[in-house]
Write a protein that binds this ligand. Structure first.
Ligand SMILES: Cc1cc2nc3c(=O)[nH]c(=O)nc-3n(C[C@H](O)[C@H](O)[C@H](O)COP(=O)(O)OP(=O)(O)OC[C@H]3O[C@@H](n4cnc5c(N)ncnc54)[C@H](O)[C@@H]3O)c2cc1C
Length: 458
């Protein structure tokens, strides 16, 4: 499929997608910015649309990071939330600079386990101003999503300072000063988009340091291959734990145990052909006390009673767990089948380790060769922001509807949410709200910097 951008002064940018015309944006100032050429080196690019070269060559430094160390909006992190916010700001004619600690936009999506596909539907997971191409299918592979993010950044001509982690942030009279690995920057507003999953988390289990078996966090798991013929314990029943357990069972591990502390809410990816995410969006505003029992009946009709496989029942209904505990449900892509086939065995929560074994909460002592800790992530905002905003027990600031920190105006946090409609869908919505709020804020003129400013672009 090919597509071409044309500028229609009265209307904005029109994309010509395989002959059918789609209107994308109407703010004249973004029109020139949206001319693009794509030259991605990413692996799965053959499955993605190949845009034609732009009609006129874009100015060569359109995506270069400004050299004076100042910008109206600084965005920390070029994952989906950072990119979506940059694009939403551009649609309002507001320039931004993204600071990304790694080598690529959307880096996280290049390194997830191989079999990962979005469990949210393609049509509801795209970011503002550019849909995920149809060729990626209904359930988009992680590598295709990574390629999409790279193209998205190019399409919106995002200015990204790669390999430039932000290591310090402080308030200034007219905005903020960011300390990066390459010098200091001044910005009127700052968007923090470092994500909910910045820091892999492994609980401080007693005796962990003496354990002589292999222990790795799920973020380091790629395929089942290295675990062929081995006895593996997967700890944690989030989506990663459930899917990695399946992958191991299907991929030749000799034995797969799944350690469960809190019974998960499980739903299939689609119900009667409709993505479960759609139902989440449709019923999101319904009262929890009504929805929890309704979902329980749906679970019973679709995945059945998992107690017969040793799975403890969830302590709360699905809506309560998502909205109150910020815990996403398991979207089943094979766990139920592997439980039924007895290829995955449920065991109790991990209590402690010793040199040879793992002790479980029910008193059993098991001796897996490998432990995969699918025990989640932490946002890890403390080092950068702990002195600026109060963080709750989950390490998150209190935010307004436009994602602005209540106790630090001018600091925005899109993407720090677990939602019934999927995080990516919520990121798309929040990025627009952040852009609207920044557009409504006075365009503060930055004072000349007093710190030495190094100017390095990537
Ligand atoms: C395995 C997995 C599967 C998921 N599947 C889905 C799904 O199917 N559907 C869905 O809706 N959601 C899903 N999510 C949740 C969510 O959509 C993703 O985590 C998404 O990538 C979040 O985007 P983000 O931009 O907030 O954070 P990230 O994607 O984590 O991006 C943050 C970026 O900030 C950079 N960064 C961090 N610190 C700094 C710093 N100090 N300076 C500069 N840069 C920094 C990082 O390098 C990174 O590139 C999934 C999450 C995981 C972990």
């Amino acid at each position: 499929m090919q597509y071409r951008s044309t500028v229609q002064p009265a209307r904005g940018l029109v994309l010509d997608v395989a002959g059918s015309r789609r209107f994308v944006g109407g703010v004249p100032s973004i029109i020139s910015r949206c001319r693009y050429s794509v030259n991605s080196s990413h692996t799965d690019s053959s499955r993605l649309p190949q845009p034609l070269p732009p009609h006129a060559p874009a100015s060569e430094d359109a995506t270069a990071v400004p050299a004076d160390g100042r910008c109206r909006v600084a965005i920390i992190g070029a994952g989906p939330a950072g990119l979506a916010t940059a694009a939403s700001l551009a649609q309002r004619g507001i320039d931004s600079v993204l600071f990304e600690s790694s080598h690529h936009a959307g880096q996280g999506w290049r390194h997830h386990y191989q079999r990962l596909h979005l469990h949210t539907a393609r049509a509801l997971s795209g970011l503002p101003g550019m849909a995920i191409p149809r060729e990626s299918g209904r359930w988009v592979a992680a590598q295709d999503f990574a390629a999409y993010l790279e193209r998205y950044a190019e399409h919106h001509r995002c200015r990204i300072a790669l390999q430039t982690p932000v290591v310090g942030l402080r308030r200034q009279p007219h905005g903020w000063e960011l300390r990066t690995s390459r010098g200091c920057w001044q910005a009127a507003q700052v968007v923090v988009a470092t994500g909910l999953n910045r820091c892999p988390h492994v609980p401080a289990w007693p005796g962990r340091e003496f354990y002589r078996g292999e222990l790795l966090h799920s973020s380091r798991y790629r395929t089942a291959e290295p675990f062929w013929g081995r006895d593996v314990l997967v700890v944690g029943t989030g989506n990663s734990g459930a899917e990695i357990a399946c992958d191991l069972a299907a991929g030749g591990a000799s034995r797969v145990s799944l350690s469960v502390r809190t019974g998960p809410n499980v739903l299939p990816r689609s119900i009667l052909g409709l993505p479960t995410q759609v139902l989440g969006l449709l019923f999101a505003s319904m009262p929890t006390r009504l929805m929890d029992p309704m979902v329980r009946v749906t679970q019973w009709l679709t995945v059945g009673d998992l107690r017969r496989f040793g799975m403890p029942p969830p302590p709360r209904g699905l809506f309560s767990q998502v909205l109150r505990d910020r815990a996403a449900p398991i979207i089943d892509v094979g766990l139920v089948e592997q439980l039924k086939r007895r290829r995955v065995e449920v065991v109790a929560a991990v209590d402690s380790f010793d040199a040879e074994a793992v002790r479980l909460a029910d008193g059993k002592r098991i001796r897996p060769e490998v432990v995969v800790a699918a025990t989640g992530y932490r946002p890890g905002l403390e080092p950068l922001l702990g002195h600026l905003v109060a963080l709750d027990d989950d390490g998150l600031p209190r935010l307004s509807r436009s994602c602005e920190a209540l106790d630090a105006p001018g600091l925005y946090f899109p993407g720090y949410v677990v939602s019934l409609g999927g995080v990516l869908h919520e990121i798309a919505r929040q990025s627009r709200r952040v852009a609207a709020s920044i557009a409504a804020a006075p365009d503060r003129t930055l004072t000349p910097t007093t710190t030495s400013t190094t100017k390095e672009t990537t």
